[in-house]
Design a protein around this ligand. Structure first.
Ligand code: ZN
Length: 428
């Protein structure tokens, strides 16, 4: 009897605790999202983008001035451009007398001349630039011109997006507000491991941390990826941006492996494979069994052909059935051959250095060929190898002296992506 009483007492106590917990959950004060804290989430797009408060834009915009932007055409001179934009002769004379004006006068077709005038027509700034960012700037102040090299100090805005792919990578990414150039960069970074055209699966996703650049409230130049990762099931591909001391950048995996391969998979864009590597193929012209020791890419006449890796030209000229042929030697072990060309790149000659992706020639049907196509061979130690299945060597990994710095950076980037990802999904 006593035992049963004890059991009931504990049972009631347990029930009471449960009820209290339940009340606690229901009536607990809602914790407001810290929108005014470290991070600011743009409401309408908060699912895909996080704007970071610490580098929000100043929104400094010119309002009182008139800015004319003139694209420089053939036969333009600085003088006639200034005249057509109604700059008074007195200003033009003063400008020409100023030291450095000869640099301003060196205009090239395609450059831009930006003329900023006050509402009274006084020229305040004249900026000659090819990329809208750097150039020669003349400023007029207190009756004097000053001419100098000038780079616009850009404002950087860090952004984050997380995209789950349903139909195509492109459509899914556009829906999340990513620009074409950013999508191209992502395809470039991960295209070495993933075929985005033929091998994209619903549910694949990627996270990308990138920078947008602004000048006085206007977006300028293409965004730049700081870090990105592609997720497929439990496979993760990561790319972290790393700047070398000379300002060049490369992307590496978390382990410091270069995301690029030493070779591009295909030497021609916009083509299809018309004949694979086959050691027992009947030759279409000779009509006898002759091994096909390369891959044929059918493409229209004149389609550019690119070198699949950096190297130097070890053969250029006619060679029997190959027709016009280029051979590139990439290292002691590796070389590639490009045959049946219509023509070579202008000026390309034996011994020239070429870089990966550089145009070396154009698709034709010279030699023994039935239609326009590129015959591409991949040789390892002088032996023919199937270019479609050969395991391509990696590009240079991070150097030993940079390894520690890179790893610290990589950890920070991944933590940042994880944090931003959690914010997006916690807010949903
Ligand atoms: Zn062929």
């Amino acid at each position: 009897m006593k035992n049963l009483f004890f059991e009931i007492k504990y049972y009631l106590l347990f029930l009471l605790i449960l009820i209290l917990l339940f009340i606690g959950i229901i009536f607990s004060p809602k914790i407001p999202y810290p929108s005014d804290n470290s991070e600011f989430i743009e409401k309408e797009v908060f699912r895909s983008k996080v704007l970071l408060a610490d580098d929000r834009l100043s929104h400094e915009v010119d309002t009182n001035n008139v800015i004319q932007i003139l694209e420089i055409k053939k036969n333009d001179t600085l003088l006639n451009l200034l005249k057509t934009s109604n700059i008074k002769d007195a200003y033009i004379r003063a400008l020409i007398k100023t030291s450095g004006s000869e640099k301003l006068a060196q205009i090239k077709v395609g450059d831009f001349l930006e003329i900023k005038k006050t509402s009274f027509g006084e020229p305040e700034e004249i900026f000659l630039t090819s990329n809208e960012l750097d150039g020669i700037l003349a400023t007029y102040e207190n009756g004097l011109f000053k001419i100098q090299n000038f780079s616009r100090p850009l404002e950087k805005l860090e952004r984050f997006a997380s995209v789950t792919i349903d139909t195509s990578l492109y459509e899914s990414a556009v829906r999340e507000g990513l620009s074409d150039s950013l999508i191209m960069d992502l395809v470039y970074l991960f295209g070495w491991d993933i075929d985005f055209i033929f091998d994209i699966r619903p549910g694949d996703k990627f996270d990308v941390l990138y920078e947008d650049f602004y000048w006085k409230g206007n977006q300028v130049k293409n965004p730049d990826i700081k870090a990105a990762r592609f997720l497929r099931g439990n496979k993760v591909f990561t790319a972290i941006r790393y700047f070398y001391k000379d300002g060049t950048k490369e992307y590496f995996s978390l382990r410091g492996k270069n995301v690029k391969k030493a070779f591009l998979r295909t030497p021609v864009e916009f083509s299809y494979i018309s004949s694979k590597y086959n050691l027992n193929r009947k030759h279409p012209v000779l009509n006898t069994i002759r091994a096909h020791t390369g891959v044929d890419y059918a493409a229209p006449k004149g389609t550019p052909i690119i070198s699949t890796s950096s190297g130097s030209v070890s053969y250029i000229g006619n060679k029997g059935g190959y027709g016009k042929l280029i051979e590139i030697k990439h290292s002691e072990d590796y070389s590639t051959r490009y045959a049946h060309l219509f023509k070579y790149k202008k000026g390309l000659k034996l011994g020239d250095k070429v870089s990966q992706g550089e145009i070396i020639g154009y698709v034709g049907k010279s030699g023994l060929a039935t239609g326009y196509h590129l015959h591409y061979e991949f040789r390892v130690n002088g032996m023919h190898t199937d270019p479609l299945t050969v395991k391509l060597p990696d590009a240079e990994p991070i150097g030993d002296s940079e390894k520690e710095g890179f790893q610290n950076l990589a950890v920070r980037m991944i933590n940042r992506i994880d944090n931003l990802y959690l914010q997006i999904y916690a807010a949903n």
